[in-house]
Write a protein that binds this ligand. Structure first.
Ligand SMILES: *Cc1c(COP(=O)(O)O)cnc(C)c1O
Length: 363
C-alpha cells in the first residue's frame, strides 16, 4: 500500500491552497532582481509594520530560549480592554486561519453542511472539506453577500456559516444592520463566523458584540496580518461567548502563538496612530487605483478593503505578463473569476508601477 492509499479520503481529495507568489520565487524563476519586483498579491500592508511592534518583537527575540505564554495572557488582557469583553472570551490563533480550522475541529462531522458565499475566502471551503463536511456555496449578487440567500441555504445539517465582511476577494461589505439581523434569525444549531480580517479598513466597522450578549451563536474573527502589518508573525484572534472560546482553546496546540508574535501584537494594539495612518493611505491608494482603471477603461468592483478586483479579459495571461514586468498580483481563476485580477493596494509608487504596466499590456 502506498502512503497515498493509506491517507484519509478527505486528505486525498483536499484541494491545494495557492498563495500569492513570494517575490523571491518570481525573481528566481524569471531571472529578475528581487529589488525591482513588487508584490500586490496577498493583501499585505504596503505601509509596513508599526515601529512599536518591531521593537517589541526584537526585545522578545532575546528571550528565545523560553517557551511562549501558552495562554497569551498579556494579549488577551489587552484585547479584553480594547473590546470591553472578558479575557476568557478570546481565542488567539496562529493567524485567524488557524481559528477557522479550530472551528472545524470542534464542530464539523462528516456529512455536516457549511454555508458560504461564492466567491469568498477559499480557506472556508478547504477547512470544510478537510473535516469531511459539505460546502454549500451561495452565489454573491453584484459581488456582494446576499444574506437572505445565505439564510435560505441553511438546513438541519448546517453547523457553520461563514460571513466575511469585507469579503475577500470582492472587497465588498455588508451593513451592521444586515449582519446583526442575519445572526438573529439563525436557528440554534448554527454558528455564524463573522470574518472581519479587513474591518479596520472601514471608516465605521460594524459592532457585533451585542449579538454575543444576546446569546446568538456567533464568533468574530480579526487578524494582525492586514492593517497591523504582522502577516509574517501569524497572529489572529476571535471573540465570542466564553463557552465558545473555551471549546476552541481546548483543541489548539498549547503553544500555538510564538512569543515574538505575542509581544508584537500587544505593542501593535498600542499604535493606533499607525492604524489610522494606514487606513488613510489605503483609501488614497484605492482611489489612485480606480482612477487608473477608469483611465485604461477597465471595470472594477468598488472596494472598501485593501485590495480591488478588476476585469482584464484573460486574467491568467495578464497575470503572467505583469509578473514578467515585476508586478505580482493574484489571478482569480481559483475563485471562479478567470477574467479578473485582485490587486492589493500598494504604496503610491507601487500603484503607479502596477497601473503603468497594466496600461502597457492592455492598450
Ligand atoms: C487575510 C485573511 C485572513 C487572515 O488570515 P491570517 O491567518 O490571520 O493571516 C482571514 N480571512 C480573510 C478573508 C482574509 O483575506
Amino acid at each position: 500500500m502506498t502512503f497515498e492509499e493509506l491517507a484519509k479520503p478527505e486528505v486525498r481529495s483536499q484541494p491545494v491552497y495557492e498563495p500569492g507568489k513570494p517575490i523571491e520565487d518570481v525573481a528566481r524563476e524569471l531571472g529578475l532582481d528581487p529589488a525591482t519586483i513588487i508584490k500586490l498579491a496577498s493583501n499585505e500592508n504596503a505601509f509596513g509594520t508599526s515601529p512599536l511592534a518591531i521593537a517589541a518583537a526584537q526585545e522578545a527575540l532575546g528571550r528565545s530560549e523560553m517557551y511562549p505564554d501558552g495562554g497569551c495572557y498579556r494579549l488577551r488582557e489587552k484585547l479584553a480592554k480594547k473590546w470591553q469583553l472578558a479575557p476568557d472570551q478570546f481565542v488567539i490563533g496562529n493567524g485567524s486561519n488557524e481559528i477557522l480550522e479550530l472551528l472545524g475541529h470542534v464542530f464539523l462531522r462528516p456529512g455536516d453542511e457549511v454555508v458560504m458565499g461564492n466567491p469568498a475566502f477559499i480557506v472556508y471551503k478547504l477547512v470544510t472539506l478537510l473535516f469531511g463536511a459539505k460546502p454549500v456555496e451561495v452565489p454573491l449578487i453584484d459581488h456582494r453577500h446576499d444574506l437572505d440567500r445565505l439564510a435560505d441555504a441553511v438546513t438541519e445539517k448546517t453547523r457553520l456559516v461563514f460571513v466575511p465582511s469585507p469579503n475577500n476577494p470582492t472587497g465588498t461589505a455588508n451593513t451592521e444592520d444586515e449582519l446583526r439581523a442575519f445572526a438573529r434569525r439563525m436557528p440554534e444549531h448554527v454558528i455564524v463566523v463573522f470574518d472581519e480580517a479587513y474591518a479596520e479598513y472601514l471608516e465605521s466597522p460594524s459592532d457585533l458584540r451585542p449579538l454575543i450578549s444576546e446569546g446568538c451563536k456567533v464568533i468574530c474573527l480579526r487578524t494582525f496580518s492586514k492593517i497591523y502589518g504582522l502577516a509574517a508573525l501569524r497572529v489572529g484572534y476571535g471573540y465570542a461567548s466564553s463557552e465558545l472560546a473555551t471549546l476552541l482553546n481546548r483543541v489548539r496546540q498549547p503553544f500555538n502563538i510564538n512569543a515574538i508574535a505575542q509581544a508584537a501584537a500587544v505593542a501593535a494594539l498600542d499604535d493606533e496612530a499607525f492604524v489610522s495612518k494606514c487606513r488613510e493611505r489605503n483609501l488614497a491608494g484605492l482611489q489612485q487605483l480606480v482612477v487608473g482603471f477608469d483611465a485604461i477603461g477597465l471595470t472594477y468592483v468598488p472596494s472598501v478593503a485593501n485590495f480591488v478586483l478588476t476585469k482584464v479579459g484573460d486574467g491568467l495571461q495578464i497575470f503572467h505578463e505583469l509578473q514578467t514586468r515585476g508586478v505580482i498580483v493574484r489571478p482569480m481563476g481559483p475563485y471562479g473569476m478567470p477574467e479578473w485580477l485582485r490587486i492589493t493596494v500598494g504604496s503610491h509608487q507601487q500603484n503607479e508601477m502596477a497601473l503603468r504596466e497594466l496600461t502597457a499590456i492592455t492598450q
